[in-house]
Write a protein that binds this ligand. Structure first.
Ligand code: ACM
Length: 628
């Protein structure tokens, strides 16, 4: 229990400001409906916590731990409030009438009642915690209100690649805490990659004795030209996996494992070369980067990218995969098992006499149909165990496996095609701001990343349901997910920097009804509030550039620039003389009126510095009065 509580506190930290003025009472994602009432519930140590159903005990503990962290007092648990007692009541009575995962939250001067069952009650408590302002004197004033809430999508996911870089179990739990605090409910754990196999499989010990260790990592950006020559290793034992799954379950997060096939599998092949079409080739070595690994030397690939050495569709491979999946399905009770299916080059299958013979024997048209044969065989096996597969959108090529759910990542087209075939879809398009490994601004000050430019506004603007689908087809869009690939994310701090605050935007598009979306309120009220909270913790995040500043040139002679701080309590500093702004520069306090002499151009440069001293990248806006 101790562990649950400590994990929770980091995700639900002190609110420094009055959330009450906000139309959403500071809640992310925006609830379905918020009715503000007059007055407050004065939360102090005389309040009792009523939670009768044993199934609600864990959620009651979470709430009480939060109140203890914020108020310095814990509430006395009680079976029922006496007539003279004020109470927070967690109740499942009537919850069966609420939508799935839904809750109702009523705050009056006398009581706070959260009604919901399981995940619904848990989410009601998350909202309640987010509504609480900082303690004032001896009490926390919770604004009187009625909130009715339930999710737009049943699948609200975050992915984490632990193949390229791996992260301690404590961070996996923190990631789950952050997700749960924002009502995200599926953790897609990408466990196997070319650069490392990260889950213990007892029947195939070399997957981790060989496949979980590489001799070094790429220095700089792909294509890397050198290695740091520092051995890099790590994997999750089965006991650790069980611990993570159990932890997530308590937070109403389902863990979906991904075992990549047939591509992105060269770490497994380094361990068991018989899985390759060409066991004797020293295959993935690129003569330009000989340091990147030698499969014959049983080394795991160091270079990032996509490799030709993929699983051969042999009986040996299928038996191997079935054995692996048997162990995986014991560890993960999720309905879905993700089998990858993306970026699997066909070159080796083209060269392989075995594969060509198999194509003929099975009456297949080409290597794409061979991939479809591969996926369908695996699907049949997984279905025979009562589970279902998810695959990346390449599984559409050569014929979709009959029961597969498609994860659309190369844009939205795969999702549209799958929905038209009456298949379930999860939208996670990289070109709509949902690849959180992309840069968050165009600034050269961003830390090394895969590229692109996906500030949180892009994800926020995205609607996962494509307009081109018919009403019936739209029902196949089960949800939305953001992905965190970790080629350039080597530490928990960097992972946090990349997901926050973008994960807030994901939460809102995954949960809130379309008509509750409001970018102005989100970016100017709630993001600054939540980032101010994070600023007080040890959780890292990307400090947004000033609200209202753009990199677009402003033309004119007398120019007014109106900015807002993107983190409550932060300060904006600026220069107009070309120097880099810092905390000794002019502080922005109110709208700037800049006179730009005729024929000249000035560069407004700003930096945001938070109370904790975190800094944004430098933002630049050209102010031009007729200069060339
Ligand atoms: C992917 O980003 N390769 C699914």
């Amino acid at each position: 229990m101790k562990k649950i509580i400590s994990g929770l506190i980091l995700a639900c930290v002190t609110l420094s400001v009055s959330a009450q003025t906000d139309e959403n009472l500071g809640i992310i994602p925006a609830p379905v409906s918020v009715e503000k009432k007059a007055g407050v519930f004065k939360l102090d140590k005389t309040v009792v916590l009523v939670s009768n159903e044993t199934s609600n005990a864990a959620t009651a503990d979470i709430l009480n731990a939060y109140i203890a962290s914020q108020g310095g007092f814990a509430l006395r648990p009680s079976q029922a409030a006496a007539t003279n007692e004020r109470a927070i009541v967690l109740s499942s009575v009537g919850a069966e009438k609420l939508p799935v995962e839904g809750y109702e939250l009523q705050v009056t001067a006398r009581n706070i009642t959260v009604t919901g069952k399981g995940a619904g009650l848990f989410y009601g408590v998350q909202s309640l915690m987010q509504m609480m302002p900082e303690k004032k004197g001896q009490e926390i004033d919770v604004p009187a209100s009625i909130i009715k809430d339930y999710p737009r999508f049943q699948y609200r996911g975050m992915h984490l690649d632990v193949g390229r870089h791996t992260f301690p179990v404590s961070f996996i739990k923190k990631y789950i805490d952050l997700m749960a605090a924002y009502k995200l409910n599926n953790f897609h754990w990408h466990l196997t990659e070319d650069q490392g196999w990260r889950i213990e499989i007892k029947k195939y010990p070399k997957l981790t004795t060989v496949g979980a260790e590489r001799n070094g990592s790429v220095v700089g950006h792909h294509p890397g030209v050198t290695s740091d020559n520092t051995p890099y290793k790590g994997f999750y034992t089965q006991n650790e996996v069980k611990e993570v799954v159990a932890y997530a379950t308590r937070k109403f997060v389902t863990v979906i494992p991904e075992i990549e096939l047939p591509g992105h599998s060269s770490a497994a092949i380094a361990a068991y070369p018989q899985l390759s079409c060409f066991p004797d080739r020293d295959t993935f070595v690129d003569p330009k980067t000989p340091w990147a690994g030698s499969r014959k030397g049983k080394q795991v690939q160091q270079q990032w990218g996509v490799f030709d050495d993929v699983f051969a569709p042999t009986e040996y491979t299928f038996k191997f995969l079935e054995d692996v999946l048997d162990e995986v399905m014991v560890l993960f009770p999720s309905k879905y098992i993700h089998i990858g299916g993306d970026e699997s080059p066909k070159e080796y299958w083209k060269q392989s006499p075995f594969c060509q013979q198999l194509i003929k024997e099975k009456g297949l048209k080409d290597e794409h149909e061979l991939q479809s044969y591969f996926i369908q065989r695996i699907e049949k096996y997984i279905n025979s165990k009562g589970r279902s597969i998810i695959g990346w959108d390449e599984i559409l090529e050569g014929g979709l496996a009959p029961n597969a759910t498609v994860m659309s990542w190369r844009g939205v087209e795969g999702g549209i095609a799958a929905a038209k075939l009456n298949h379930d879809v999860i939208m996670t398009p990289g070109n709509q701001g949902l690849y959180f490994d992309h840069a968050q601004s165009k600034s050269s000050g961003e830390p090394v990343n895969i590229g692109g430019n996906s500030p949180y506004s892009v994800a926020y603007a995205y609607d996962p349901v494509p307009e081109v689908l018919s009403a019936d087809q739209k029902k196949y869009i089960k949800g939305v997910q953001a992905n965190l690939w970790t080629e350039y994310i080597e530490s928990p701090e960097k992972a946090e920097y990349m997901i926050l605050p973008r994960m807030f935007a994901l939460a809102e598009i995954a949960w809130s009804p379309l008509d509750r979306k409001n970018f102005k309120n989100f970016s100017e009220e709630r993001i600054p509030l939540h980032l101010a909270r994070l600023d007080k913790t040890n959780t890292n995040y990307w400090v947004p550039v000033p609200v209202g500043q753009s990199d677009q040139q402003i033309d004119g002679e007398d120019i007014t620039v109106d900015l807002k701080v993107p983190v409550q309590g932060a300060k904006i500093y600026y220069t107009l003389d070309g120097t880099t702004p810092s905390d000794v520069s002019n502080q922005y306090r109110s709208a700037l009126k800049v006179n730009v002499p005729k024929g000249t151009k000035l560069l407004l440069k700003t930096v945001v510095i938070t109370p904790k001293g975190k800094r944004s990248v430098i933002s630049e806006t050209p102010l031009n009065n007729g200069a060339k």
